[in-house]
Design a protein around this ligand. Structure first.
Ligand code: FAD
Length: 344
């Protein structure tokens, strides 16, 4: 009989992020498919009551909490101690956790301490013949594997964006507090602050509906024999601002910086999509000035509807990589789209 524990941390404001609701949705589906299983929730943070209340109508039968100022920040030693304490109090056999950056670096270590196993980057969980199986992708998202494990505890890190968030309503949850004895060594690391780009400089938006991809064409000589990099910058940023899209790029464009060529300053390798870049999940994607070669388009595996704007009617997008290819000048198209978006 499995005891499934959803293990989560709160945000600094005490709320639960979307990936927690996604993990809860996956765990609730497991619980429903496994007769006789129990579903429990464990929360870690400075204060977890508001977070527990926000999901009080979930199918979980019990809530555990580890609270206090020591648990408000992401720190391996205290997070691992808290996760271990909740796990033991819940006597769980399976842990389903959101693979946030905070949890991703802690949970495999917790599995090791508990003599269990951890699977990361899980994109699906299911039950067949009473056995739990998980899906994950291998070899830069080219092959999907399905695996089961007999080892317990089994910690399953669910990739954000791979499940729909649970619609668990709010209410009043009763949280059983779990004590954790921290030593001075556990608190040796001090978090002094968080450095992050300003909100309007943040171009990678995993929750955006649309992925807008820029290719090297934006910096190439155009029909008049000239490059138009400042204009490209204005058009791209204008589109991102109005469409609230996430910005992706081809490798060629982000590599230009290292080659000393004129570049778009807001792009970095973090924006790169493809075989040696990211494989984001968005409902729609629009590629601009990019050739759509295989090492790039392999990163579009999880993009729903795909469209591309390229001057080249024989580009990769035309060869089955896109649902719609506009053979057009992206400078002209994006300028017109921005104009229409501004007009509301
Ligand atoms: C091992 C390996 C790994 C790789 N990994 C990646 C990866 O992770 N991601 C990745 O992106 N690439 C990767 N690549 C590189 C990849 O093969 C391509 O070289 C790269 O994607 C090309 O980028 P691009 O299409 O932007 O540039 P280009 O090939 O230069 O294409 C530019 C396109 O812009 C069009 N264009 C120009 N002006 C306009 C205009 N005004 N309007 C519309 N269209 C216009 C041109 O017609 C052309 O089609 C990898 C390659 C290797 C060998």
């Amino acid at each position: 009989m499995e005891t499934i524990l959803v293990l989560a941390h709160t945000e600094t404001d005490g709320s639960l992020a979307k990936p927690v609701r996604e993990a809860l949705h996956a765990a609730a589906a497991l619980h429903k498919s496994l007769a006789g299983s129990k579903l429990l929730v464990g929360l870690i943070g400075e204060d977890v009551q508001a977070a527990a209340n926000s999901i009080a109508a979930s199918p979980a039968t019990k809530y555990f909490g580890v609270t206090g100022a020591d648990f408000s920040v992401s720190r391996y030693a205290t997070d691992a101690a808290a996760a271990e304490a909740i796990f033991k109090a819940a006597q769980a056999t399976v842990v389903v956790a959101p693979a946030t950056s905070r949890w991703a670096r802690v949970l495999p270590g917790v599995a090791q301490r508990l003599g269990g196993r951890a699977d990361t980057h899980v994109t699906g969980v299911a039950v067949a013949d009473g056995k739990i199986s998980v899906n994950r992708w291998y070899y830069r998202q080219r092959m999907e594997g399905v695996l089961t494990r007999t080892q317990r505890p089994w910690i399953i890190g669910v990739d954000p964006g791979s499940h729909t968030p649970c619609e668990c309503g709010a209410g009043a949850a009763s949280v059983e507090m779990v004590p954790v004895n921290l030593t001075e060594a556990n608190k040796r690391t001090t978090v002094v602050g968080i450095r992050e780009p300003k909100a309007d400089a943040q171009t990678i938006r995993p929750d955006a509906e649309l992925l807008f991809v820029t290719g090297a064409g934006w910096t190439k000589k155009q029909a008049d024999g000239q490059t138009h990099v400042p204009e490209a910058e204005k058009l791209i940023l204008g589109f991102l601002k109005q469409a609230r899209a996430s910005l992706g790029s081809s490798k060629s464009l982000v590599d230009l910086g290292g080659e000393g060529q004129a570049v778009l300053p807001f792009l970095s390798h973090l924006n790169q999509i493809g075989q040696t870049g990211a494989t984001p999940r968005h409902a729609k994607g629009l590629s601009t000035c990019c050739h759509g070669e295989e090492p790039h388009t392999v990163g579009w595996r999880f993009i729903g509807e795909r469209r591309a704007i390229s001057l080249d009617p024989n580009c990769g997008w035309a060869r089955g990589k896109a649902d719609v290819l506009y053979v057009a000048d992206a400078f002209a198209v994006v300028a017109k789209v921005n104009e229409l978006l501004a007009a509301g």
